[in-house]
Design a protein around this ligand. Structure first.
Ligand code: FAS
Ligand code: PHB
Length: 385
C-alpha cells in the first residue's frame, strides 16, 4: 500500500490531521491499535478553547459545537468562604466551550474520508529519514506494509512514534496526587466550572450537558476508584466545593463512571525527525487542571497540516522545517500554565504552601492583572503564538 501521509493513531490528533490534509488535497491512511468503538467511548477532555473552536469551525466541524456545546464566559475560583467569577470575555475578549472529547471524536469520525485500519497490532516505523514506511498486522492477522512520504506520529503517550526520534530530549515531572473523576446523571449545580482549593484537597465541578455532570477530586496516587463509596464521593465534593456556602448547594446524583487519572507533565523535543512528525500526546502530556491536553493536540495539528500540505503539494519545506520550534512555543506555554494551575490549586499538606496558594488565589481573583493572565491562558492564545 502507498499513501502520502501515514498517520499512526485515530484519536483527535490523528483524525483531525487526516481531515485537514484531505481538505488540502493530501492523501493519508490512519492506523489505530484499538477498535473504533473503544476510541469513541473514551471519556477524556471536556473544554475547547477559543482557538480550537475557531479551527474546527474553519474545517467544517463546528456545527454541533454551536448547537450542542455549552458556551462559557469564564470560570469560578473558590476557596473556603470565597467564590470569585473570572469573566474571560470581559478580560480578554475570548471564551471557551464545554464540549466533550467524545463529541469531537464523533464529529471527526463522521467527517472521515481517509482509509482507517482499526484493531491493528505490531505497528513499526521504518526508514523515517529516507523512504519511510510503516509495517503492522491488520485485524485479520495479515502483515501489511504502508509506504509513504511522511509518517505522522499521533499515537499518544503509549505509542511507538515518540521512541522513533533518536536522541530526543525529554522533560518530565510527576505530581504527588491524582484526579478521581466521576460522571453523574445529574444536572450541574453550577453554570460554569468551579475550581476549588480546600485544605482536604482540590475539587473541580465541570459538566458534559444540562443533565450530565463531570466532577473531580484530588486523591493520593494509587487510589482505587472502587474504594470510595458514592456517598463518600459526594460528601467530599460537597465539602471541598463549598456546599451551604452563601446558600449554594451541590446536588448529588447517580454516578455512571469512576476513574483515577495520574498527573504528569511531559515534553519531548524535537517533534520531528526526518520524515517523522509528532503531534498531540505523542509529544507532550499536561496535567488536566488547565484543560489543555486536547487543545494542544488541535494546535499541533493546525500547524502540522499546513506544513505538510506545503511540503507535499508545493515541495516547500519552510513550514515543515519550523514545525517543531513553532509547536514547542505553545507546548511550553500550555505546560507552564497547566503546572501553574495545578500547583496553585492542589494541596500538599505543607502549611507554607497553603498560605502561598491562598495568597495567589486572592491576587488572581481580585487583581485585573492576575485575572487577565489566567484568562489569556485558559481561553487560549491565538494558534501560532
Ligand atoms: P490520544 O491518546 O487521544 O490518541 C492516540 C491514539 O493512538 C489512541 O487511540 C491509541 O489507541 C493509538 N495508538 C497508540 N499506540 C498505537 C500503535 N502502536 N499503533 C496504532 N495506534 C496506536 N485532557 C484535557 O484537556 N482534559 C481532561 O480532562 C483530560 N482527561 C484525560 C483522561 C485520560 C485518562 C487521558 C489518558 C487523557 C486525558 N486528557 C485530558 C488528555 C487527552 O484529552 C489528550 O490530550 C488527547 O486525547 C490527545 O489526543 P491525541 O494526541 O490524539 O492522543
Ligand atoms: C472536564 O470537563 O473533563 C475538564 C474540565 C476542565 C479541566 C479538566 C477537565 O481543567
Amino acid at each position: 500500500m502507498r499513501t502520502q501521509v501515514a498517520i499512526i493513531g485515530a484519536g483527535p490528533a490523528g483524525l483531525l490531521l487526516s481531515h485537514l490534509l484531505a481538505q488540502g488535497g493530501v492523501s493519508s491512511v490512519v492506523l489505530e491499535t484499538r477498535s473504533e468503538e473503544y476510541v469513541a467511548a473514551r471519556i477524556r477532555a471536556g473544554i475547547l478553547e477559543h482557538s480550537s473552536v475557531e479551527l474546527l469551525e474553519s474545517a467544517g466541524l463546528g456545527d454541533r459545537i454551536r448547537k450542542e456545546g455549552d458556551h462559557h464566559r469564564g470560570i469560578y475560583l473558590q476557596w473556603p468562604g470565597e467564590r470569585h467569577h473570572l469573566d474571560f470575555v470581559n478580560l480578554v475578549g475570548r471564551s471557551v466551550w464545554v464540549y466533550g472529547q467524545t463529541e469531537v471524536q464523533k464529529d471527526l469520525v463522521a467527517a472521515r474520508t481517509a482509509e482507517t485500519y482499526y484493531d491493528i497490532s505490531d505497528t513499526s516505523l521504518h526508514d523515517v529519514s529516507d523512504k519511510p514506511f510503516v509495517t503492522f498486522t491488520d485485524k485479520s492477522g495479515k502483515s501489511q506494509r504502508l509506504d509513504c512520504d511522511v509518517i505522522a506520529g499521533c499515537d499518544g503517550s503509549f505509542g511507538p512514534s515518540r521512541h522513533a526520534v533518536p536522541a530526543a530530549k525529554v522533560f518530565e515531572k510527576t505530581y504527588p496526587y491524582s484526579w478521581f473523576g466521576i460522571l453523574a446523571d445529574v444536572a450541574p449545580s453550577t453554570d460554569e466550572l468551579i475550581y476549588a482549593w480546600h485544605p482536604n484537597g482540590f475539587a473541580l465541578h465541570s459538566m458534559r450537558s444540562a443533565t450530565v455532570s463531570r466532577l473531580y477530586l484530588q486523591v493520593p496516587n494509587g487510589t482505587d476508584p472502587e474504594s470510595w463509596s458514592d456517598d463518600r464521593i459526594w460528601e467530599e465534593l460537597a465539602t471541598r466545593l463549598g456546599h451551604g456556602q452563601n446558600g449554594w448547594k451541590l446536588t448529588p446524583g447517580p454516578i455512571t463512571d469512576k476513574s483515577v487519572l495520574p498527573m504528569r507533565s511531559y515534553v519531548q523535543t524535537p517533534m520531528r525527525h526526518g520524515n517523522l512528525y509528532l503531534a498531540g500526546d505523542a509529544a507532550h502530556i499536561v496535567p488536566p487542571t488547565g484543560a489543555k491536553g486536547l487543545n494542544l493536540a488541535i494546535a499541533d495539528v493546525a500547524l502540522l497540516s499546513k506544513a505538510l500540505i506545503a511540503l507535499i503539494n508545493e515541495k516547500n519545506p519552510a513550514l515543515a522545517d519550523r514545525y517543531s520550534d513553532d509547536a514547542q512555543r505553545r507546548v511550553w506555554r500550555c505546560t507552564h500554565f497547566s503546572w501553574w494551575m495545578t500547583t496553585m490549586l492542589h494541596t500538599s499538606g505543607d502549611p507554607f504552601d497553603a498560605e502561598l496558594q491562598l495568597s495567589q488565589l486572592r491576587w488572581v481573583a481580585n487583581s485585573e492583572a492576575g485575572a487577565t493572565g489566567l484568562a489569556e491562558n485558559y481561553a487560549g492564545l491565538p494558534i501560532g503564538y
